[in-house]
Design a protein. Structure first.
Length: 96
C-alpha cells in the first residue's frame, strides 16, 4: 500500500460547522475504508492547513476517489501528496 498525505483547509461551510469536525473525521475514515484506503492518522493543525490526514491506499485511483468524496462534502478543500519512507526513497534513488 502506498502512503499519501491529505492537506485540508476548511471551507466557509466547514468552519461554520467546525464543532462537527471530529464526527466528520469518523465518517471520512469509514468512507476511505469503503473505497479501499486506510486512514492512519488525522491531525488538526495550526498554520497553513487546518487538518492533515495520513492514508494508505492501493493506488492513486483509490486515494483520488477518497479525496473527491471528501471534497464533495463541501467542508474542506484538499491537496494530496504522495509520501515515501526512507526505504522506499532508497529504492527510488537506486533507480537513478
Amino acid at each position: 500500500m502506498a502512503t499519501y498525505i491529505l492537506l485540508s483547509n476548511f471551507t466557509d461551510q466547514g468552519i461554520r460547522s467546525v464543532k462537527e469536525t471530529t464526527k466528520r473525521a469518523e465518517a471520512f475514515r469509514e468512507t476511505a475504508r469503503k473505497l479501499g484506503a486506510s486512514v492512519k492518522d488525522i491531525y488538526w493543525t495550526l498554520g497553513k492547513y487546518d487538518v492533515i490526514a495520513i492514508l494508505e491506499a492501493p493506488d492513486v485511483a483509490a486515494v483520488t476517489a477518497v479525496g473527491l468524496s471528501l471534497g464533495a462534502g463541501g467542508n474542506v478543500r484538499t491537496q494530496t501528496l504522495a509520501a515515501f519512507s526512507a526505504s522506499e526513497m532508497s529504492q527510488i534513488l537506486g533507480k537513478m
